[in-house]
Ligand binder design. Structure first.
Ligand code: MRU
Length: 345
């Protein structure tokens, strides 16, 4: 495959390299991933994260593997291991399945590198389309609140929710962003703040528990988040803390938007109860480890519950922004997501 690059990954001489997001914002270090084991470790350790970026990384890793001349049986086995690296973000499963289906159809791997490259180009185009649709909903002077990181570090393009915000800013609208720090892994404080700063977009960082009083004070006009998996009825799994924001937004009458490409839809899940939720290492809640070292503040070995995602019911979502347009709650309730074409066929 030819070299390529975006904010979170690059291909150099047939090897995938990931910007190690565990070290941001303190250190910008590229992590070479010469084999599938290293890609799985990077996905599980969150060196690369965000549903679309995980899916495209896996596709490119399989493209590189195919180019190295492995046989079909080995390709299938490695693809299955990669597919299981993280359980909630469905883009990973969808993109691996797309490559596996083509390999099975051809009984060979000749088409895989080009298909992997196409997954990269597709995500860039999906982000552009979502940004166009979503930015139309942000008026000049709006104060928007976002959670986790949904920008160029979470996709290989402009981003999902953050892509919408970036597009509104580049269209000349004066957008102010409230950035949730996003405990426990601080994707908001570490990554979204870094991206917004680089893009020159005005923002203020808040801890997650501050959103309620900001909303009560009339300081938030809209909420914008991404998704890791959206069920057929519109229920959306996203970073833990998204559901509480949706409840707060509903209470305060603040529009709540979910932005995701159709590669994040899982029509096999009738509703959010069917979405598997990843539980992660207790150490992530007992303390924090990052570029500045590790610190634990809870008693050693204390019992922990650490779900990485929660599910926001469709009843709390005002709009779903996909690459094909903006869908209202009424449209989604009438089956708009289930009935629409996706790039996955
Ligand atoms: O655990 P992470 O950092 O991979 O979680 C990421 C999110 O929850 C994002 O909001 C989601 O992937 C959508 S962004 C493109």
């Amino acid at each position: 495959m030819d070299d390529l690059a975006c904010d979170c990954l690059r291909l150099r001489g047939g090897t995938l390299e990931l910007l190690d997001q565990r070290l941001l914002p303190g250190c910008e270090q590229w992590l070479p991933c010469p084999d599938i084991d290293s890609v799985i470790a990077a996905i599980q350790g969150l060196a690369v994260r965000g549903a679309p970026a995980i899916g495209v990384s896996a596709a490119l890793a399989l493209g590189c593997l195919a180019e190295r001349g492995v046989d079909l049986a080995r390709f299938r086995e490695q693809a299955a291991r990669l597919r299981a690296a993280r359980p909630t973000a469905v883009n990973l499963m969808h993109l691996v399945d797309r490559l596996l289906a083509r390999a099975d159809q051809d009984q060979g791997l000749a088409a895989i590198p080009a298909l992997a490259r196409a997954a990269f180009d597709e995500d860039v185009a999906l982000c552009e389309a979502m940004a166009d649709h979503g930015a139309a909903l942000i008026a000049d002077g709006m104060r928007v609140l976002t959670h986790c990181n949904t920008g160029g570090l979470a996709t290989v393009g402009l981003g999902t929710a953050l892509g919408v915000i970036r597009r509104a800013h580049s269209l000349g609208r004066a957008v102010q962003v409230w950035v949730d720090e996003t405990r426990p892994l601080l994707q908001g404080a570490r990554l979204t703040a870094w991206e917004l700063g680089r893009a020159g977009i005005p923002y203020r960082l808040i801890s997650d528990s501050m959103a309620a009083s900001l909303m009560a004070a009339g300081q938030v006009d809209q909420v914008w988040v991404g998704a890791d998996r959206i069920a057929a009825n519109g229920d959306a799994a996203n970073k833990i803390g998204t559901y509480s924001l949706a409840v707060l937004a509903h209470h305060h009458g603040i529009p709540f938007h979910v932005v995701a490409p159709s590669t994040t839809l899982d029509l096999a899940c009738a509703d959010g109860h069917a979405i598997p939720i990843e539980e992660r290492d207790p150490a992530e809640v007992r303390g924090f480890a990052g570029s500045a070292g590790a610190l634990a503040w809870a008693p050693a070995g204390c019992p922990v519950y650490n779900p990485a995602f929660d599910v926001t019911p469709a009843a709390l979502i005002d709009a779903w922004v996909l690459e094909s347009g903006v869908y209202t709650r009424e449209q989604v309730a009438a089956g708009a997501l289930a009935g629409r074409p996706t790039p996955l066929g």
